[in-house]
Design a binder for this molecule. Structure first.
Ligand code: SD4
Length: 324
């Protein structure tokens, strides 16, 4: 698997270089030097405590991979967060189903979708990456895989989430209306650069509140909710996953950075494409964050209200994203 994957990556790189000419190859060479780690960036205000946990590991010399796993675990374990891990709002039948993905500096990745009863889907995603020849496991078999790892069964439906679901259900007996409210779209996506300048990323969510059972969003789809290329940079997404999947959002941003865009311009271009595809949906929310190998970052959203947390140069700061 590894050799096939690295062959495909090299082939893709070669084709892109051939298409874009030597200028692209020069930009890759410039951006693949040592970066400005340690650095952590993550979506929304719960990114602040998540960044803190990640940075503690980076400062001790741990890898970016260890850091992003530990960072997003903080939010997965927080019952107050209604869009990630325990406490996440359930699907239309009242089941909490979780999606997560992780990707490291070697381009290795793992993901899990529609996972029930497990507190840390990100740890399951990492185990899939490290212990199997596969990238993605889903549903009941993924749950069994997680249990076989020794992860305990946990009831993820909190009283608050159950109450919200009951209220939603009372108003939506036939699942006709699905909320697109921004408050239902608070995935944590995290990108980190370690002291060696290597990049990793993680993304984890309970997805769209009261979704159609079986629905999978962008977060566990490599290239949509998360993408890392250690030669170029990394990106992750939050918001309506269906629209992120349709443009391969995170992969698109990394490829735009490869072609010379700054992380900010790359995020803006990806958001512009989503807006162009959805001219009649002014309320559609999608946001991206990105970093490049130079330690520069970007963030952009379809609309106002997107915040992200940046931990760089010793400061863990809640930032307000620019938007369309
Ligand atoms: C999804 N993008 O499942 C995720 C959910 C989310 O902030 O709410 N992201 O579509």
């Amino acid at each position: 698997m590894t050799s096939r994957r690295s062959f495909l990556q090299k082939s893709l790189l070669t084709s892109i270089c051939a298409l874009a000419g030597l200028r692209t190859a020069r930009l890759i060479a410039q951006s693949s030097g040592p970066g400005k780690g340690p650095l952590v960036i993550s979506t929304w205000n719960f990114g602040i405590p998540a960044n803190q946990a990640a940075m503690e590991l980076l400062r001790k010399g741990h890898s970016a991979l260890d850091a992003v796993e530990a960072g997003v675990q903080v939010v997965e374990a927080d019952p107050e967060s209604t869009s990630v891990g325990i406490g996440g709002f359930p699907d239309a039948e009242g089941d909490v189903t979780l999606d997560a993905s992780i990707m490291d500096h070697r381009g290795q990745c793992g993901s899990v979708a529609c996972l029930q009863d497990i507190l840390h889907p990100i740890t399951v995603a990492r185990a899939i990456m490290e212990r199997t020849p596969h990238v993605m496991l889903v549903g009941e078999k993924a749950r069994q895989f997680a249990r076989a790892l020794g992860l305990p069964k946990v009831n993820l439906l909190t009283r608050t989430a159950r109450k919200a679901w009951k209220e939603w259900k009372a108003n939506n007996p036939k699942w006709r209306r699905f909320s697109t409210d921004i408050s239902n779209h608070d995935t944590i996506g995290m990108l980190a650069m370690d002291t060696r300048g290597d990049l990793s990323g993680a993304c984890t969510t309970s997805g769209w509140a009261f979704k159609v059972p079986g629905r999978v969003g962008d977060s566990p789809i490599i290239g949509a909710g998360l993408y890392v290329d250690n030669e170029v940079g990394a990106a992750t997404a939050t918001g309506t996953g269906e629209e992120v999947i349709k443009v391969c959002g995170s992969f698109l941003i990394v490829e735009l950075m490869r072609q010379g865009h700054s992380p900010q311009k790359a995020c803006e271009e990806a958001v512009a494409r989503i807006r162009k595809r959805n001219p009649d949906q002014p309320d559609l929310f999608v946001g991206f964050i990105a970093v490049n190998k130079a330690g520069e970052h970007g963030a952009f959203a379809t609309k106002q209200g997107f915040e992200y947390a940046l931990y760089q140069d010793g400061q863990n700061t809640l930032m307000t994203s620019a938007h369309l």
